[in-house]
Design a protein around this ligand. Structure first.
Ligand SMILES: CCCCC/C=C\C/C=C\CC/C=C/CC(=O)SCCNC(=O)CCNC(=O)[C@H](O)C(C)(C)COP(=O)(O)OP(=O)(O)OC[C@H]1O[C@@H](n2cnc3c(N)ncnc32)[C@H](O)[C@@H]1OP(=O)(O)O
Length: 291
């Protein structure tokens, strides 16, 4: 709304016949339906929030969705929520990862906003003092896997879905902070093997290496397990919990705090390379053809 108002004000200033009065703004905002929300938040009686990614068909992470997710986390922190369960409205995809359309033939300004929003939202999720669980109810490649890895506990619906950081298979290198998240979960050795091969793991394989913590057979079970994980913290003094989480996640937090600008520059330089752009175009085409 703030952006709409700013744009309207600029438009009104450029014209002699329009005045950007409060009435005009009210009429304008009433005539335009609000865009659908890409992230929904439901807080239950126990104070646990289910945060649902809702960008059909595959919850690819565009700037809008990432922005909404970041705002949701900040709001939940302000409201002293007891836990966050991150899940998807789809019944086959948790998230398809970064929206390739944000990176294909981009405007420089949009690309920069996209990556900065990803960095900020990731950091908010990774370091929040609220207990976090990913209820992974579908495939979670690349950026989808990153979101799940940033939570403290992962429950995944199996056996038919897959999860992993598949970047090398796409001919790209996962950023350092993606790697840190994988190392956090599975240890350096397994992370190296997973990332160099760009392996997508079946749910059972993911369970075997500790990439997920529990396999269940449907979303309801996933949510119930997530609630159980969060409930255990009712007995833990929150300050001790918060400081422990912050301390154990220090490598990732410090990495982003100290390297956000270099990381942005590296991303911006890489994405606009002609060979990367050509690859992205071909990848999009291949996805369409595979239907
Ligand atoms: C990919 C190269 C990126 C290069 C960037 C360059 C430099 C950057 C440097 C560092 C950053 C690197 C970080 C990258 C992390 C990422 O997250 S990259 C994204 C990787 N994601 C994937 O590879 C997943 C691709 N999707 C799938 O495998 C499948 O869609 C699915 C998730 C398994 C679901 O399958 P399903 O059969 O249900 O659906 P469809 O495949 O039919 O898809 C429906 C519809 O959605 C479109 N789509 C799918 N994934 C994406 C996506 N990530 N971005 C945008 N659009 C996507 C697909 O094209 C279909 O569209 P439609 O034909 O118009 O209906």
């Amino acid at each position: 709304m703030a952006v709409v108002c700013r744009n309207l004000r600029a438009f009104a200033q450029k014209t002699s016949s329009l005045r950007c009065t409060p009435n005009f703004l009210r009429l304008y905002s009433q005539s335009k339906p609000a865009p659908p929300k890409l992230v929904t938040v439901d807080v239950d009686k126990a104070g646990v929030a289910t945060v649902t990614l809702d960008r059909p068909p595959v919850n690819s992470l565009n700037t809008g969705l990432l922005e909404e997710l970041g705002v949701a986390i900040k709001d939940l922190e302000a409201n002293k929520t007891r836990g966050i369960i991150l899940t998807s409205s789809s019944n086959s995809v948790f998230s398809a990862g970064l929206d390739i359309l944000e990176m294909y033939e981009p405007k420089k300004q949009n690309l920069s906003l996209f990556w900065t929003t990803l960095q900020n939202t990731w950091l908010s999720l990774y370091r929040t003092s609220i207990p976090t669980v990913a209820a992974i109810n579908g495939h979670a490649p690349a950026g989808g896997c990153l979101l799940a890895l940033s939570c403290e506990y992962r429950v995944m619906v199996g056996p038919k879905f897959t999860i992993g950081l598949n970047e090398t298979q796409l001919g790209i290198v996962a950023p350092q902070w993606f790697m840190i998240c994988m190392k956090d979960a599975v240890g350096r050795r397994q992370a190296e093997m997973a990332l160099t091969a760009g392996k997508m793991f079946s749910t059972q394989e993911a369970l075997n290496i500790g990439l997920i913590d529990k396999m269940v057979s449907n979303k309801e079970e996933a949510i119930a397990e997530a609630q159980k994980f969060i409930a255990q913290f009712a007995k833990i003094p929150p300050l001790a919990r918060r400081m422990t989480k912050e301390s154990i996640r220090q490598e990732g937090i410090k990495y982003m705090e100290e390297n956000a600008i270099d990381d942005l520059k590296a991303f911006m330089d890489l994405v606009v390379q002609p060979n990367i752009q050509k690859g992205l175009g071909m990848y999009l085409e291949a996805m369409k053809k595979s239907k």
